[in-house]
Design a protein around this ligand. Structure first.
Ligand SMILES: Cc1cc2nc3c(=O)[nH]c(=O)nc-3n(C[C@H](O)[C@H](O)[C@H](O)COP(=O)(O)O)c2cc1C
Length: 311
């Protein structure tokens, strides 16, 4: 099974709904995190984004970031009542503002807090609980204290990105530490991190034969054909891929244009997407630069037309 990773600002409801119209192979997505704020009304925008009725593309699991078990359970149960059978808890976000508050990856160095959170949150929790984590905040060994704790609770799965929070998105993934987690965990483990080609995927499957669930983020954003290339061992001709890629882009642009008013809003949104999408092209860095210079819708469309006609 292939999971689309949550990427805040990119893999939102619109992206997840349009994606499978053009690309095959992705089975499930974890949505980017929402905070567990007290008393969210059902008409709240964040909840509407996650309502199964509005998620007709890739089946999506909501993700919550929280250090407060009561707030977490309240929000998770609201989502369950909306039809979400599984909820994911974010223990991986490495951004300083989040970490400083002891959230996301900032909780990984406090095993006692994690244990207490699970003890309080699980008894009243209606949906199944899945957890997405890094292997530590500062040291990879931090995870070795956490897995035995997770083993004591009924969890759906652990999605492990084997980097520390301190590493952000740099440096190598720690495959040896991932292997230790795999050996220690009683729960199903999903691998996540740096899968950006079918070749890399093959290498990982050779090393981790027992894993049958893989999460891909940036690799899929840059090459949305990656999941089908991995699963079906086929690669479409480049010209055909470009055509499909263009159609995907155009539909994203149309859908975002409907909800983002003002020339800067839509171009800013598209710039964010191109940060990753430009990786599809050999001259990605140059393309990214060109896109970043656009400030108006018409100017943006001109540049995009040029990019696609030159490839
Ligand atoms: C801009 C950005 C936003 C992200 N937002 C989230 C998020 O909301 N929740 C989460 O669990 N992970 C988030 N991630 C982490 C990814 O889901 C994933 O774990 C990470 O990118 C490693 O996988 P990859 O190498 O396949 O991209 C984010 C990553 C990036 C680059």
């Amino acid at each position: 099974m292939i999971y689309l990773a949550p990427v805040q600002g990119i893999t939102d409801r619109i992206y997840r709904n349009i994606f499978p119209v053009y690309f095959k192979g992705v089975d499930i997505a974890i949505a980017p995190f929402i905070p567990s704020v007290k008393k969210m009304k059902p008409e709240n925008n964040l909840l509407r984004e996650l309502h199964p009725a509005n998620n007709t593309g890739i089946p999506s699991i909501p993700q919550i970031m929280s250090t407060n078990p009561d707030d977490f359970t309240l929000l998770a149960n609201t989502l369950y009542d909306m039809g979400c059978g599984t909820i994911n808890w974010n223990l991986g976000c490495p951004f300083p503002m989040v970490v400083k508050k002891g959230r996301g990856a900032g909780m990984l160095c406090y095993p006692d807090r994690i244990e207490s959170f699970l003890t309080k949150a699980l008894p009243g929790l209606k949906p199944k609980l899945s957890i997405k984590l890094r292997i530590g905040l500062t040291y990879p060994e931090e995870v070795l204290e956490l897995i035995p704790i997770f083993n004591r609770y009924p969890l759906e799965e652990l999605i492990i990105h084997p980097r520390t929070g301190k590493q952000m998105y740099e440096g190598k993934v720690d495959l040896d530490m991932f292997e230790q987690c795999l050996n220690l965990s009683k729960h199903r483990v999903v691998y996540n991190g740096d899968i950006d080609s079918a070749r890399k995927f093959e290498m990982l499957t050779k090393r981790f034969g027992s894993i049958d669930r893989w999460m891909i983020g940036r690799g899929l954003l840059a090459n949305p054909f990656l999941a089908e290339e991995i699963k079906f061992h086929t690669e479409k001709p480049y010209a055909e891929k470009i055509k499909i890629f263009r159609a995907f882009h155009d539909q994203l642009f149309d859908e975002y244009s409907k909800i983002l008013y003002g020339p800067a809003h839509i171009t800013n949104k598209m710039k964010e997407i191109w940060t990753y999408m430009a990786g599809f092209f050999e001259n990605g860095a140059k393309i990214r630069k060109k896109i970043n210079k656009t400030h108006h819708r018409d100017n943006y469309i001109d540049i995009v037309n040029k990019i696609f006609s030159e490839t």
